[in-house]
Write a protein that binds this ligand. Sequence first.
Ligand SMILES: *[C@@H]1O[C@H](CO)[C@@H](O)[C@H](O)[C@H]1NC(C)=O
Ligand SMILES: *[C@@H]1O[C@H](CO)[C@@H](O)[C@H](O)[C@H]1NC(C)=O
Ligand SMILES: *[C@@H]1O[C@H](CO)[C@@H](O)[C@H](O)[C@H]1NC(C)=O
Ligand SMILES: *[C@@H]1O[C@H](CO)[C@@H](O)[C@H](O)[C@H]1NC(C)=O
Length: 963
Amino acid sequence: MKQDQFINLPLFLVLFGPFLVISQNQPFNEDMLGLIVFKAGLEDPKNKLSTWNEDDYSPCNWDGVKCDPSTNRVSSLILDGFSLYGHINRGLMRLQFLQILSLSRNNFTGTIKNDLLTLWNLKVVDLSENNLFGTIPDGFFQQCWSLRVLSFSKNNLTGKIPDSLTSCFSLATLNFSSNQLCGELPYGMWFLRELQSLDLSNNLIKGNIPEGFQNLYDLRELRVGKNLFTGKIPESVGNCLLLKLIDFSDNFLSGKFPESIQRLTSCTFLSLQGNSFTGGIPHWIGELINLEILDLSENRFSGWIPNSIGNLESLSRLNLSRNHITGNLPETMVNCIKLLSLDVSHNHLKGIISSWLFRIGIQSNNSKRNSSSFSSVYYYYGLQVLDLSSNAFFGQIPFGIGGLSSLQTLNLSTNNIYGFIPVSVRELKSLYILDLSHNELNGSIPDEIEGVISLTELRLQRNFLGGRIPVQIAKCSALRSLNLAHNKLNGSIPASIAELTNLQYADLSYNKLSGTLPKELTNLTQLFSFNVSYNHLQGELPVGGIFNKISPSFVSGNPLLCGSVVNHSCPSFHPKPIVLNPNSNCSNSRSSLQNHHHKITLSISVFIAIGAAISIVVGVVAVTVLNIHVRSSMSHSDPPFALSGGEDCSFSPSKDPNCGKRVMFSGDVVDFVDEAHNLNIESEIGGGGFGIVYYVVLRDGSSVAIKKLIVSSLTKSQEDFVREVKKLGEIRHHNLVVIEGYYWTSSSQLIIYEYLSRGNLNKLLHDDHSKIVFTWRQRFKIISGIAKGLAYLHQMNITHYNIKSTNVFIDFNDEPKIGDFGLLNLFPMLDHCVLSSKVQSALGYMAPEFACRTVNITEKCDIYGFGVLVLEVVTGKKPVEYMEDDVVVLCDMVRSSLEDGKIEQCIDEKLLGDFSVEEAMPVIKLGLVCASKVPSSRPDMAEVVNILELIQCSSEGQQEDLQ
Ligand SMILES: *[C@@H]1O[C@H](CO)[C@@H](O)[C@H](O)[C@H]1NC(C)=O
Ligand SMILES: *[C@@H]1O[C@H](CO)[C@@H](O)[C@H](O)[C@H]1NC(C)=O
Ligand SMILES: *[C@@H]1O[C@H](CO)[C@@H](O)[C@H](O)[C@H]1NC(C)=O
Ligand SMILES: *[C@@H]1O[C@H](CO)[C@@H](O)[C@H](O)[C@H]1NC(C)=O
């Protein structure tokens, strides 16, 4: 293609360039050369300039190029939106006959070159919407007498507008908007007598707007909004009699409404918005009969709205909001028959909300219909936005409101409106925002709300509304935001709310709602904020969906609600602390002692630790025996009921032992067979007292950790199993691993946990591959997090029995989460002795009383384990370390260092001394107290949490003192 020849253009130019310049005529005339050089400096990613081929006889047929037929020279170059980028190079300077240069909506960069306008004939220069930067050079405009149109809009130009601009006396359109031009307007700006359109908006121009508008007879459009202008609007602006559009918005202008604007009767758009104008709105405003848009908002206008405003029959948008306007709305406004938007919010208006308001724009239907000769063409006018909020309007909402059927936004909030919400709201089919909040409305929310089918936002908070939340609200299926807070609503929350699938925000707080929270709410996937605090709700908080992450303050103030979020366990849940059976037969099979360490000198505690290990071995043997026993009796014992959602296959385990359902507390019930297949050796990520843990990606893409219970056949009946797991699933705490669901068949039981990909504390502390060195702050956070999690478990009457670093997972915020808790209740058939040894299997964390069969095991054993963990985190050492020819037991080691006064040597050397002694010391001592050999000398977990807080506070206090 021709394209290929073109690629070598730069080389071509180097080789033949001099020749080309010499022979100025065919086929390479000056224009063609200029354009080719121009193109060579550009990137053309969309190949828009592919027709620009140097083999052509003339460039006049190239895309974007036009020639004057009489001279055959290029007169216009229009490359708008060609996606070109690069610099505008001097090739253009050869186009001596160019009149129109338009490069808008590309990506040209670089600065504006001084000599562009030396092309005499240029009439139009449009470089808008590019990435040009830098200042406009001072001499730029010196030769611009032919220029009619100039736009640099939407670039990144800086600096002042050069004074030389005043030489461009032919200029009719000047557009410098949306740059970063600064400084003051050049003196003599208003000598551009031909100017029709001036757009300087959205820059940083400051100072006064100079007088002298009387020269601009022809000005039709004046936009200087969004600058830093100060002072008054010059009265001379009233001499620009053709002005249709006047925009002074968003400046720092002040003074009174300029009188001379009265003469500008052609004006259709007038905005003084966002300045500091004072005084009244002039009565003559009604003389600007062509006004379509009048925006005086965000000023300090005061006084009444003049009656003459009703003369503005063309007005479609009136914004007087955020001023100090007083009095009533003049009834003459009903004559503004084309009004689409009326905003008078945030003023001091008062008076009755009268029914004429709701006729605005409606008369136009009739008048239009009657006067229109095309009766089939039906122009529907009618108010779309009515905002009367934050005034002092009173009275009832007129029934006639239903007539405004084109209304999209109705905001009457923060007034003194009372009475009922009229049932005629059902006619407001186009309404998407209804805000009646902060009034004195009573009665109930009408069932007719169902007619408002477009509604996305319903705000009725802070009224005196009673009665029930209508079930019909479910028909408003577009609803995204619902605020009914601070009313007197009663009855229960209708489950139909769950049909509002777009709901994102709901606030029902401070009402008198009762009953339970509908479970269906959990499948509102968009919902991210749900506040029902301070009602009379009761019963269990649903699990799943929004309730998994709901902030406790959003459910507080409902004394009868229960569930972990409200820190109030539901009545049926009282696990018994497990007690070692002193008569059971669980130790002393010394023959099975085969330790993997060498000949060692045993201290007492090592002896205890090893003693416990013996009982583990015995325990495993016992479990295996029991397993066999139960399996053989299995065929006789059918599970008592089928799982919700499951087929009744679990009644006949012989048919398909894999048949089962995954039940997630978030509400999903899924056939599980495929996923269960993934429980193989590759996906194994850990083990534990109760089974093997696998990493599984569920069908919905989420990752979970699944624990396959190893002594499955010793577990409870399905019914009990499901009940216990559900209870565990309700235990939610920041520092506990979440149980997300379960899976049951007669042959296998799985528990589905939240997956914490960063892994457990043991790995992170001791695994050389982990490369993580926790700072002291992180370690302290981990310790106090574990303490909080454990304290919460104890508060829920659950003893963990197996606190150790492999059961503590760390998330990416360094927040610890304790896992593997509460499983004992699933195994009622195990002998307690076997159990305790099986569970508390970790050497070194085991409280001494485990070995001592005459002592009851209480939650104090967790505190021992916690103490060891504390020492482990502080020292970075394992609870028991095997050396060449010795065994080091962490507790003993730390304890003796303390006695020798060398405690600082115990602290993890990986911290390189970067820790606070004020914290580390008491933390170590706390760890040692927790790991006391005598259970009764160990503190409660709640105390531990308090102590840790004290340690942190006092060391912070000291640091502050130092500063
Ligand atoms: C301009 O360039 C920027 C990056 O340099 C790119 O993101 C943008 O899409 C370009 N715009 C056009 C209109 O090509
Ligand atoms: C100025 O240029 C910008 C960008 O092309 C455009 O949006 C704006 O309407 C122009 N101003 C006038 C008054 O035409
Ligand atoms: C515009 O210029 C300013 C200052 O020169 C620079 O900080 C900013 O990044 C530029 N913006 C764009 C969109 O190029
Ligand atoms: C919502 O949940 C209910 C039960 O909690 C269920 O019957 C219904 O199918 C769910 N709806 C959707 C759309 O998931």
